[in-house]
Design a protein around this ligand. Sequence first.
Ligand code: UD1
Ligand code: MG
Length: 446
Amino acid sequence: MSKAAIILAAGQGTRMKSALPKVLHRIAGLPLLGHVAAALKGAGVERIVVVTSAAGEDVRTYARTLGAQSVIQQEQLGTGHAAACAREALKDFSGTLLIVNGDMPLVTSATIAECLKAQTHTGLALLAFEAADPAQYGRVLRGADGFLERIVEYKDARAAERAVTLCNAGCYAADAQNFFRWAAALKNDNAQKEYYLTDVPVLARADGVECAIAVTDEVSVSGVNSRAELAEAESKFQSRVRTRMLKDGVTMTAPQTVFFAHDTVVENDVEIEPFVVFGPGVAIKSGARLRSHSHLEGATVASGAIIGPFARLRPGAKIGEDAHIGNFVEVKNTVIGKGAKANHLTYLGDARIGEGANIGAGTITCNYDGFTKSVTEIGARAFIGSDTALVAPVKIGEGAITGAGSVITQDVAADALAIARGAQVEKTGWAKDFRARQQAAKKENK
Ligand code: UD1
Ligand code: MG
């Protein structure tokens, strides 16, 4: 059976108090919408329609990058109305349709699969969870037959109904064309004057279709409606990734201080010291060591390499086997050869560093003149003296040495020594004479 999904993402997200649409806020570097789409794709959903508000141009742009289609809900008249807005876009679709809130970033493919499985029993299903704190979630009232009786929204619920702890997660599965028929019949006679998606099951029952309830774990379906819930979701996502990393053989002395991106790849036998932060696009090979307070983004690190403490790897940093990148070293769009070392206070940008090269403390690649970025090439086993400024474009040959404090503006041949600094001048006894002169002058002026 082919599968499609509607992601509801047109809500104002008022409680976020943000100019950024709620579904574009990020968890582990990926927008909430990206998390939901990834879970759906992983569960075999081939087609996704994102419901956006008229002002949601940025959401539509992002949806395109996910390979999803978008539709506009002109007025935010409720979740049921939002889902119905996808009818035209899916009119040629027959199969199973998932309808998912765009604000549940911790949802996994396995969770979606639970909902799909429950749907096969009756023709309609939803995900529910036992909430530790049911707060403002819709309450799931279960009938004696185990199927859904109805959902009551928090704002419409009486005290006895609010006491129910089984909550609606905001993920539903139904036959697509049945669903659109039910959604078209929704009414808005409730506390919020909205067309509630949660009223669909009652209409389905009139058609003889019961709604099955798949009870899932609370973490996977927690919704993000405020900054506090965003922070909470981030924390839960991080602890999920840390647990997986530890299980996969990654050593972390203080896992709760290490922050991963949604796509971080770390092989087994990597050691990560406390307070390491990953931005998106990082892959670390087995046997590498990431020392404290390092920040990595868009970088790859080969086995045996040591990064940090206090190193910064920016996009395009490719650190070779057994290379060392030490404290206060920033590497951007640069390939570091096998066994090369840049251990202290250095900036390497748009550079290629050969195998076994040694980059002295305070070396700077001057890669930018305010208009263009230029490349620095450093040959294998070259030795760059401390405080060398390499004015790109420039090439340092294999095995060459640059003198400390040099400003290198021209290519240096292999095995040569280049010194580009003022020659040292020494004046014998000058300092002593100077002091004598100054002291005499002082006495005279008294
Ligand atoms: C909704 C459910 C509630 C459930 C909870 C789970 C309804 C009526 N209530 O409440 O039962 O417990 O999710 O998190 O469905 N949206 C639109 N257009 C609209 C309104 C909302 O696209 O007109 C989108 C929002 O962008 C959001 C999703 O629908 O992604 C859910 O809306 P939200 O306002 O967060 O609903 P909740 O109050 O959380
Ligand atoms: Mg919500």
